[in-house]
Design a protein around this ligand. Sequence first.
Ligand code: GTP
Ligand code: MG
Length: 201
Amino acid sequence: MKIKNSEFIISAVRPSQYPSDDLYQIVLVGKSNVGKSSFINTMINRKNLARTSSQPGKTRLINFYKINGELDNQDFPFYFVDLPGYGYSKMSKAQQAEVGKFIEEYLKKSKKISLVIFLIDIRHNPTVNDKIMYDYIINQNLPCIVIANKADKIAVTKVDTQVQNLQSLLNPLNDLSFLPFSSERKIYKEEVWKEVENFFI
Ligand SMILES: Nc1nc2c(ncn2[C@@H]2O[C@H](COP(=O)(O)OP(=O)(O)OP(=O)(O)O)[C@@H](O)[C@H]2O)c(=O)[nH]1
Ligand SMILES: [Mg+2]
């Protein structure tokens, strides 16, 4: 994928603020701090377009980034949509429920989702909240790929086995793509782009 330009469009808090054009929306879903915003920056070669933080729970809005969106651009234009992370333990239960509702509202009401990129941490088995979110995505019939992020945190020789292990836990049917990734080292980027491009149809 050639990234020619990328720009921040809007931080939405309600569906009426979602972009109304017909561009593909590729949305990042995952627990707080798993690396969603960093993933966007890495994929589009920008240091800090999507706001990242070492303090989880930073992204509380739905941020839309338009990629390759200039008028004369013949390359696939699309949005990366950065959702807030769920499961931030320092939030009260009520705040966590509110974030959950927010995520669900986007996944239900945006009619333009062409792909959900579901991020999990390669080091750990999926959390209870990961499982709930994963089941929700599948039950909504949303197209989805799973990214095992922070692959730099484990030995290179263990990456493949761990990705398979995570797939067997979440997707025993083996019918989704599971891929490793690392924003820290910027590795596996080409493999992930190749997979994402399959959803541009
Ligand atoms: N080692 C390592 N750290 C990463 C990677 N990706 C992100 N991080 C770090 O993890 C922290 C959280 O990254 P973000 O991209 O802000 O995570 P997020 O999922 O957007 O978090 P919320 O917006 O709070 O839901 C930051 O300190 C990042 O530098 C990775 O691949 N490897
Ligand atoms: Mg974020």
